[in-house]
Structure formats: structure tokens, C-alpha cells
Design a protein around this ligand. Sequence first.
Ligand SMILES: [Zn+2]
Length: 306
Amino acid sequence: MRLGIDLGGTKIEIIALLSSGKEVYRHRVDTPQGDYEQTLHAIVQLVEQTKIYLIGQNQLMPSENISIGIGIPGAVSLKTDLIKNANSVCLIGKPLREDLQTHLGHTIQITNDANCLTVSEATDGAAAGCDVVFGVIIGTGTGGGIAIHQQVIAGVNAIAGEWGHNPMPWLAEEELNEAKQVLCYCGQHNCIETFLSGPGMLHRYRQKGGSADSPQEIVAQAESGNELAEQFMRQYESWLARGLASIINILDPDAIVLGGGLSNIERLYQNVPGIWQQYVFSDQVSTRLLKAKYGDSSGVRGAAWL
Ligand SMILES: [Zn+2]
């Protein structure tokens, strides 16, 4: 039995997979906001509830060994074994793996959530059969992962694919001036994440005088003919295209798969590939932009496969 957990900025999801890949249980709860101890408690509770359910269904023996993989919006430092680079900043510097192992009595694998998404989609998802896949999570943050021949490239610093804290390329002067006003939690200005993440998108829309409570609301406003919203969506698509063009220039992937809450914005798939052509250093761009097959649950499947 494999348990996969996706620890996101807004929800924590658990899934139980048989070794055949068949899903036998799934449940999600809200992520406690800004509180490490409560987050720890929520994960422990989810695992315990799942075990009780599976034992009740005769799908798990009480003494049976289970593997638990967790995808987090960050990474475990290879130097300290503490969490680093998490946009859920309450996790940063915390011994999450050690704490969970103490509470649960199981060995825990922790990896980056975008790596989970990427391996899941490259294995049997939207990019199945592709040699080189770049996976992106656009949601509370902006993560990235690389899979080559269905294997995650973790990197010697555990940061492979982390493009969200590179600067947004090819910014016009006006965009650059606006970007200077937005400080990223990593300490830099101009980070890709501050343009593309859900909170980043909302912040910039409000900066331009727009009013919306969610990215989906901006899309809906654009659809209903709101000129400001439509203009902003075009600019957002251009930002996404520029961010991804820099990846295509370096990695030249067969496919880029989008996951996370904002991957449900359908117009991105129609519009973004038409824009990135002008930034990619090639006479033609065959890279496909695909929506994650398993939706925002792709990460949790990848975590279970850990
Ligand atoms: Zn940053």
C-alpha cells in the first residue's frame, strides 16, 4: 500500500494506491494557515484516518508496512535535512520529515511537489511517452520540475527546475518599474513567481486598478467583456510565455505540463504557445503546452509513487 500526500498552500490531500496504481482512498482538508504545528497535526490525522479506513475495508493489515510520500512546495535541504524554499513559509527551517516519522512511526519520503507532478504526468499522464518534460505548478506559488525518460532530475542542490525565483525575462521598462514595487519572500524583486502565482496575479491585477478575489474571477471578467481584465489576461499570458520560453531555450522539452489551480484556465493553452515563439531561439517551436491529466491531483499521485 502506498500513501501519497500533497501538502499545498490551501489544501492537504491524501491518496492510497495499491501497487497496481489503483486508487482506493482519497481525502482532502484545508491547510492550516501559517502554523507549522497545526500543519503537522493535520498530516498525522490524515494518515491515521486513512489507515483506519483501509483497515476497516480489509485493504490493509494493522501490522502491514506502508510507504508514505509527501510532496511539498519546497525541498528538504541536503545540508541540514530541514525544509527550505517553501512558499508556505511556516515550513522553512522545520524538521518536517523527522517530526512526521516520530509521530507516525513510518519512514517518510519528502520531495518537491512540482517534481511529483512532473513524474506523474510523464509516466501515465498528459505527457506520457515524452522524453523530456518540464512540469509547472501555478497555484499558491510557482514550482517547476524536470523528468527525463520518466525519471525526476532532483539536482545536486535539490533545486532542479526551480524557475520561480529566477527573474522574469524580457520585461519592458514599465513592467520593470512595477516589478520593483513587489518584494518576493525570497528577498528578491522581479521573481517569476510574483507574476505567475495566484496571489501574484491578483496583486498585479489590483495594481492596475482591477478588482477580483480569485484568478478565476479575472478570467470570468475578461470573458464577459471587461476591457481591463482582458488586457491583463493578455499580459499574464505573455508573462507565462516569456517565463516558459527561457525554459525551452535551456531544456528544449517535448512538453510542458501545467498543474495547480491556475492550470484550469483554458485560454492559456490556446494563447501561450503563440506568444513564446518570438522569445525562443529557434525557427520553429514544437514544444507542446499541456494541461495535467490528473488535474490538481497529479501531485498526490506522484507523491504516492515515491
Ligand atoms: Zn523569489
